[in-house]
Design a binder for this molecule. Structure first.
Ligand SMILES: C[S@@+](CC[C@H](N)C(=O)[O-])C[C@H]1O[C@@H](n2cnc3c(N)ncnc32)[C@H](O)[C@@H]1O
Length: 209
């Protein structure tokens, strides 16, 4: 792993994911989490302030990147909910079947290399009746924006730690056997400020069972 991935990328991810517009989306879904929670692609721990300590027993923070886990460890020290770090990948979750009440995944389905396998793993570890809460970005609605996403993706993906612009989170979840209970999104470009990705993204968030 080079200097960019080890030292620079974790700070860039923390800064980009720490924007106010993403915080507004986090605030819509993360407080719905309850019980024993698995967060897949925990990153630098930006969802932590949004967990309700009255409802959440423990957060199992699955994060494969050492640099992001190091930032997250600092944040977890002053947290109101207990956080247990799980240094693993979403494609192979080291937890028993039906062992968590909630799965949380935010701005990570774009990055997991085999996201279809990770979605099957999330379904395996979620107990019957549990909820998967997601807040993601993905393919745009308008054909014009989709064309731009496809053009820019080959340059964007290596710079952004593997992030793809063109995935379709609700479709991936349905293919893994989830029923997407509700899903909302914003019009192309309105989720992000002009300083981030402009019209190249579309926000998707909601609840799946
Ligand atoms: C854009 S960051 C989002 C971080 C965090 N979820 C947030 O909302 O701020 C994408 C995350 O996906 C993680 N990731 C990449 N490959 C992964 C994999 N195979 N399994 C789980 N997480 C992965 C990265 O390490 C990073 O934490």
């Amino acid at each position: 792993m080079g200097v960019y991935e080890r030292l620079i990328l974790p700070r860039l991810v923390d800064a980009a994911c720490g924007s106010a517009s993403l915080a507004r989306v986090r605030a819509r879904v993360v407080p719905l989490a309850r019980g024993r929670v698995l967060e897949v692609g925990y990153g630098s721990g930006l969802n932590l302030p949004f967990y309700d300590p009255g409802k959440v027993q423990r957060v199992l923070a699955l994060e494969p990147a050492d640099g992001l886990r190091a930032i997250a460890l600092q944040r977890a020290r002053s947290a109101a909910v207990p956080v247990e770090f799980v240094p693993a990948s979403g494609e192979s979750i080291p937890l028993a079947d039906a062992s968590v009440d909630t799965v949380v995944i935010t701005f990570t389905m774009c990055t997991i290399p085999d996201v279809e396998q990770a979605a099957r793993e999330m379904r395996r570890v979620l107990r019957r009746g549990g909820e998967l809460l997601f807040a993601e970005h993905g393919t745009a609605r308008s054909p014009g924006a989709q064309r731009w996403q496809r053009r820019i993706e080959p340059v964007w993906t290596p710079l952004a730690g593997g992030c793809r612009l063109t995935r379709d989170p609700p479709t991936i979840l349905r293919a893994a056997g989830f029923e997407v209970e509700w899903s909302e999104g914003l019009l192309d470009g309105s989720l992000w400020s002009a300083r981030t990705l402009g019209p190249l993204t579309y926000g998707y968030w909601g609840v799946a069972r």
